[in-house]
Design a protein around this ligand. Structure first.
Ligand code: GLN
Length: 599
């Protein structure tokens, strides 16, 4: 997506000096604190989870925080990335297609983010090249240092100005030592110097290996990789050691010794049952105190706010851990071999489960293996089914067989984006009698194009950033299931990422056959939520949106709550058997929250 700012900057850009430090208007050096999280040894350590947990701990203390993820790749956004390789493409309210870590930040911080919270090398370099054409570099040869690093520093400071955050959390993608991320590390090194002491805290996340033959924790890869960070001019203030089991004192001592970091700044960050446990784990280890001290923020702690936030959060964790009623929800998709492709759905089910005392077990079913013949046997143990978003042909027949099964057998169903399109196709074929009806994405010459390109998509060429993206309002019809699960709301906001939609030419046919389009765009004839009436099915709902992107631990998304409630009933649990609701009972959210900061 196009940045809305023209990056107006002032000061420190002259022909005379070697420094190139563009400052956004209104920036006051030293006012904002920065925490930078680096990954060492390998990727996939959960840097985003760590960084967002640390940000939450500071947020709980009454500080305002703003995260930013710096990606090394040249794609301008994550929209063109294959979820098999990179995990889910997460969509922000302003339409930014970004890394799944932004979802972790939004959920952990209960905060809506924008394009300002996400940068890639593609964005940084295209901006530098544009500025070069505009003559903004005053005749200088444009270099990695200071111009490209200057652009990175500008992004961080722009975020500080736009959000007025007390602390900006910078997560540098990839691993220290990667060529593609080296300039980000250089940029924060320069910037920590410019901003002065006590304004930066550097945190290195490292990994403790346990070779199978030895069965013991070894710190050498961590030691060597931390040296790479030193070689880049960064001396970490804190080292967090990822491992499956708690990291032994001996190993932490070795790391402290080799990295010149005091022992009480080296922490174990081992695996746990929910990401939401990590803020408390960090607090328990004392990482928050070290960061607050390093940033000279200790005086700023609002103890009452911290206690209240901790109580609310730990009530959520208790509900999640102690949920009594097991249910199994099947996720019928194409990327089922890579769980990261469905990260937000997993989270949304966890939130909804915790709010209803349900322990949601997930069963991943590859739709390519499903047929009309085996669908009963493969799905009969499920209490609820989700067909998630997807693209292209593969596995479509299996998804249609699945939807037919759940519709006819009254199994609770939630269709997400492609899952709604599949439900429409199934209804067209099996209820409306439109043989071979399908989407033009699947078969351009279909006799019944019940799902077709959005009018604005027909003119577009190329693949990047051109879907219908971001948050849009959805007008709900009264007395429908969606209105009911949303507490009687008549308008909600959901996030979208699609090119195709229900073909308006077929709406009347569908409605005459009992399908209800219960959520529509207020401005265009775009069907955004569909359902079957209660008398036909206890819970059959699908949406063109991605409601999983707006579910938060303390505000579970109502469609997921509806699915889990129906699944509990389907499993034989009467909703009244679930005992007392927790006093902090999580309140479903019908909106994507307040508008994010923008420039
Ligand atoms: N492929 C469908 C479309 O482009 C659905 C997209 C999705 O599920 N995100 O409209």
């Amino acid at each position: 997506m196009k940045r809305k700012t023209d990056l107006t900057s002032v000061g420190h850009v002259t022909e005379e000096t070697e420094f190139f430090t563009p400052m956004p208007a209104g920036y006051e050096p030293g006012k904002t604190k920065y925490v930078v999280v680096f990954g060492t040894v390998m990727s996939g350590l959960g840097k985003g989870i760590f960084s967002s947990s640390l940000a939450k701990v500071l947020q709980d203390k009454g500080l305002t925080v703003a995260p930013i993820k710096l990606e090394g790749y040249f794609n301008r956004d994550s929209g063109t990335l294959n979820p098999f390789r990179h995990g889910e493409v997460y969509v922000l309210d302003d339409g930014m297609e970004c890394d799944m870590d932004l979802g972790t930040y939004e959920r952990m911080l209960d905060q809506n983010l924008s394009h300002l919270n996400f940068t890639t090398s593609g964005q940084i370099f295209s901006s530098v090249l544009d500025k070069e054409r505009e003559g903004k570099y005053l005749g200088r040869d444009v270099q990695m240092i200071p111009h490209v690093t200057g652009e990175v520093k500008l992004r961080l400071r722009e975020l500080a100005v736009a959000t007025q955050a007390n602390v900006v959390f910078v997560e540098i993608g990839g691993t220290v030592g990667d060529v593609e991320n080296a300039y980000y590390i250089e940029a924060v090194r320069e910037m920590s110097f410019e901003e002065g002491p006590s304004n930066f805290a550097f945190v290195a996340l490292t990994y403790i290996v346990v070779p199978q033959v030895l069965g013991e924790q070894k710190s050498k890869p961590a030691q060597l990789n931390l040296k790479l960070l030193n070689a880049a001019g960064i001396h970490p203030h804190i080292i967090a050691c990822r491992a499956s089991a708690p990291v032994s004192k001996k190993v932490r001592e070795k790391i402290a010794l080799f990295a010149n970091v005091p022992m009480d700044h080296v922490f174990s960050m081992h695996d746990c049952d929910s990401v939401y446990v990590i803020p408390e784990m960090l607090r328990g280890a004392g990482i928050d105190a070290v960061v607050m001290n390093q940033l000279n923020l200790t005086e700023r702690t609002d103890v009452a706010s911290e206690e209240a936030a901790r109580a609310t959060w730990s009530a959520y964790i208790t509900r999640f851990r102690e949920a009594k009623h097991p249910i199994t929800v099947g996720i019928i998709g194409k990327y089922t071999s890579v769980r990261d492709s469905y990260a937000s759905i997993i989270q949304a089910l966890e939130h909804a489960g915790a709010s209803l005392d349900a322990k949601v077990r997930l069963d991943w079913i590859d739709s390519s293996d499903l047929t009309d013949e085996n669908v009963v046997e493969r799905l009969e143990h499920l209490h609820g089914v989700i067909v998630p978003g997807g693209f292209g042909l593969r596995g479509v027949d299996g998804k249609i067989a699945c939807v037919k099964h759940v519709r006819e057998n009254r199994v609770p169903y939630l269709g997400l984006c492609y899952g709604m399109q599949i439900a429409v196709i199934e209804y067209a074929r099996n209820v409306c009698g439109l043989t071979d009806a399908t989407s033009t994405e699947i078969e351009p010459d279909t006799p019944y194009p019940v799902i077709d390109l959005l009018p604005e998509q027909k003119k577009i060429e190329g693949l990047g950033g051109n879907m219908r993206l971001g948050g849009f309002d959805v007008q709900l019809s009264p007395d429908t299931m969606i209105a009911e699960v949303c507490g009687g709301a008549d308008r909600i906001r959901l996030r979208f990422r699609h090119r195709y939609e229900v073909n308006p030419d077929y709406i009347e046919t569908f409605e005459s056959k009992g399908l209800v389009f219960s959520g529509r765009s207020p401005d265009y004839p775009i069907m955004q939520v569909m359902e079957l009436p209660k008398k036909a099915h206890p819970f059959f709902m699908a949406t063109q949106a991605h409601p999983e992107f707006t579910s938060r631990p303390l505000h579970p998304q109502p469609m997921f709550v509806g699915l889990v409630r129906a699944a509990l009933q389907f499993s034989g649990v009467s909703i009244d058997d679930r005992g007392e609701q927790d006093p902090i009972a999580t309140e479903p959210t019908c909106s994507a929250g307040p508008a994010p900061a923008s420039m």
